[in-house]
Every structure is written in structure tokens, then in C-alpha cells.
Design a protein around this ligand. Sequence first.
Ligand code: G4P
Length: 539
Amino acid sequence: MNHPELAAEVARRRTFAIISHPDAGKTTLTEKLLLYGGAIRQAGSVKARKAARHATSDWMEIEKQRGISVTSSAMQFDYNGYRINILDTPGHQDFSEDTYRTLVAADSAVMLIDNAKGVEEQTIKLFKVCRLRSIPIFTFINKMDRTGRDPFELMEDIEQVLGIRSCPVNWPIGIHGDFKGLYHRDTRLIVLYSGGDHGQGQVNVETISVDDPGCPARIGKSYYDKLIEDIELLDVAGDAFDMEKILSGQLTPMFFGSATNNFGVEPFLNRFLSYTKSPTPRVAEGEGPIDPADEKFTGFIFKIQANMNPAHRDRLAFMRVCSGVFEKGMTVWHSSSNSRVKLAQPQTFMAQEHETVDTAYPGDIIGLFDPGIFRLGDTICTGSPVRYSGIPLFAPEFFCRVSPEDSMKRKQFLKGVNQLSQEGAIQTFKRPNIGREEMIAGVVGVLQMDVLEYRLKGEYGVNILRENLPFRFVRWVVETPRPLDRLRLTSTTAVAEDRAGRPVLMFENEWSIRLACENNEGLVLAETADRMTADEIDV
Ligand code: G4P
């Protein structure tokens, strides 16, 4: 059953993540968006947080900022009647599997690209996760005030590297550091560039129609001629703006601008909000899609953050509301314990501080106090039990052989490793032919190895020995034409199994992956796997 107020709250919500490579301008863009919403009064506060987090590559120092990073995990603000939730995707030293998992909670993504660099490594990784879910991806080419690559070249880069076609919504005028402004293809208006930070207020910009007879003189004859040529080329040879393709993630609308100069940000935000949809139904196993405006409350856990203080074992579980109304103190069914629990101390996140939340609607992110009951991918709901499909395991990229320094402490060691695997901080693998004692820890962000060492020592009293392994890729074996030990693989490739005993191959480079597929017809590898529930696995 639906009710009108709930439907209206759903309709005005937009929940998205910004995906980018470090230094493309994510912090700057986030800050500008928050300024538009009036969520922060002073420019610089998001940036100050980032500086505090990234001034060091020492994990302990980063952890000291943990309270800060919790606050910025999800930022909520109102703008033009919309309620916007921006999910933070940590990208510097704190890049980890959590960054991927966060994308599972987003309805769309903004792909931010540095105009001089084009598509970079971390953007590719995050893009792939968005692709898996077929969510709409909007491209913002940043730093247009500076010399960068030719816009056609950037379009080609996106297509070649990411395999997605792009459709420019606006188009830059001027080259090599002489940026004149943006031409908006939908309105045929040129917005002339003016540098400088325009703060919170509307950017006081000068516009001129491309059809205005004074236009060539205003922007310069050669730039005008070039623009007309570019527009024709885009109209004839470019992809048409196709809403269906955009919403299914097959075509990315492309925008240009400069975040520091607050230029092109507002037109981007306005179009992004009107093109993207409010939270769409999510599919529950055996139930089909559940309408967000359905009165039945449902949500799922996508991130668990442990408290680093050993004196406080409590954790914070991040939950995305999928349908119905969330209310403080409500009793819900919880999937992995198959029992009813009361949700105490829910928190919502604002740009400045987190506050206790009384009600939340689909698309919103809530932090739940977790005494240790929640697992990644858990569904919670009112009424009869439903389960959303779980959050996959994403392939780690750094691997270490780990063992307890004191073999008498093996039991605590296993207990700790088990706990950290359940939280999703690490994944574990074994090479069956190496012997029972071997344990390989795999992580997405290399600093997570320090987290493992620190937490095993602090919480379980176990000092560990770490030995780096040269692998950089793990792939789950979905199908194999012959037993794994008879596959034709490079000498540096290892056969192993994951925590649930599923076969995997570990590679040192992408070339070895390609060779494995070429030399073994019928071999099917996957970059993600289903997360198994706790009672199905044993370390
Ligand atoms: P990130 O979160 O993606 O890592 O990037 P961040 O916003 O911190 O931006 C990285 C650098 O790029 C910063 O410079 C920032 O000022 C600059 N930047 C962001 N957007 C633009 C833009 O539109 N034009 C230009 N020219 N630069 C931009 P920095 O030198 O690292 O820091 P700061 O001197 O600004 O403090």
C-alpha cells in the first residue's frame, strides 16, 4: 500500500556517489554542491577534512580522524526541493573494499575526470562496479580553466577505456588554457567564463545565444567558427541524447566545467537532478521488485565500521533505506539472525555533524549502532521477511601471507581473522597444495594490511608475521574445462581457494589473466563473487 506523503518524499530524493581518481577535484566539487544546498556555510570545511585525512600515509593517523570520516560517509542536503544524499567514496590512502560497497547503495554516479589526465586507474575500477549495476553515470570534465586535452579526444578516451559512449550536454569554447565558456546544446546558449570562486550565491554569469549576430565578435571569430564546426560534428556523428540509454547506464551525458571556479557546476547539478530518477525499486529474492513508496519498511547494510578503540567493541552499520518510512526505535526483522531487533540510536549524517534521526525515507543513509549483530548485505524490514540480494565480494589487489608470531595463539588468530573477514575488512585465501597452515589475506587498499595487524594485536592479543606476495589480481573460477591443476597457466599464477572453499586463480599481472583465458578455452573467470553467509563458511 502506498501513501501520498511517502511517495512525495521518494520523488524528491537523489542518492549518488562521485567516482574519480585522486586529485580530479572530488573534494572541491562536493564542497561546491554542499554550498549550493546551504549545508555548509564556510567553503573549505570538506577540504580541511580531506587535508586532515590525507596529510599522512600513516594509517594510525588516519584512524585518529575516524570520527571525521564517519561524518562525511554520507552527506545530505536540500536543494531546489530535492533532498540529496552524496555517498563518499574514499579514494586516497583509505581506498578499500568499502569504496566499492558504497557504490551498491547509490542510485547513480557522477564520474569526475581531470581534463588534462582523462580516464585514470581508480576511475576505471569504480566505473566497473557501477557498470555491474547498470546505474546511470554522469560525466563531469573538470579543470576546464586549465590547459587540458581536446574534448573530442576525451570522448574517445571514455569510449576506448571504459566502453561507454558519451553524449555532451554542453561543450567548451576555447583551447589551451584560454577557456571562453560553455555552449549548452539544449538551450543554444553560451555561458561566458568568468574565473574566481563564486561562493554560495548564484554565479553571476553573462550569456549569449549562439544565434545572436553579435556572438562571433563576443567570443572571437575563430572560436565561434570552431564551435559551429564542433556542434555540427556532434550533431551529425555524435550519439543522440537518449534518456533510456542514460538511465540504463549505456550512455553517459557529458558536462564540462571548473569546480574551483564554480563554473558549470550549477547547470550540471540542475540537469543531473532532473535527468536522474528518484530511488527505483530494488529486487528482493523471490519477491521481485519492491516499490520504494510501499509502506513496508526495508533497508540493507552496505558498510560496517568498527570502532578502533579496543575498549569499545561497538560498530557502526551503514544502512540504506529502500522502501517505506524508517522510524527511530522501530522493531524490524533482521535477515542474518532471522529475528526481530529494535533499532536504537540511529544516526543520520550531515556535512558538519551527525545527528540523531527520527524518520528517514528511501534513498537516505542511516548509521545504526551495531553491538556486533549486523553483517554486510543484511536486509532489515518490517512485516514479513524479505531479502535483498547480497553485496558481492570484490577482488582484492594486495596479498600477504599471514601467521601468528606465536603458534600457541593460532586459535585467537583465526578468531580475529574470521571477525575481520565478516566485517569485510579483509578476504582470506589458501593455496591447498601449500599446506594447511597457510593463510593469505587479500585487501583492496594496501593500508588495510596495517588495519589487520593493528586490530589483531589490539583486540585479540596476537602479533602477526606478514609476508608480501607478488599477486595483484584474484579471479573466481566460474567454469573450467579441466581440473585446475591441469590448466595451462603462467608459472607465476597460483591456484587457491577463497574462505568459502571456492576455487580462484591469483595472478601477478593482467597479461597472465589474458593468457589463462586464451590458453584454456572454456575457462570463465569473475571479478566478483557472492558473499557467503557466516554459517556457510569456516576459516
Ligand atoms: P580530490 O578530492 O579528487 O582528490 O581533489 P581535490 O578537490 O582535492 O582537488 C585536487 C586539486 O585540484 C586541488 O589543488 C584543487 O584545488 C584542484 N582543482 C580542483 N578543481 C579544479 C578546477 O576546476 N580547476 C583547477 N585549476 N584546479 C582544480 P591542490 O593544489 O592540490 O590544492 P589547493 O592548492 O587548491 O588547496
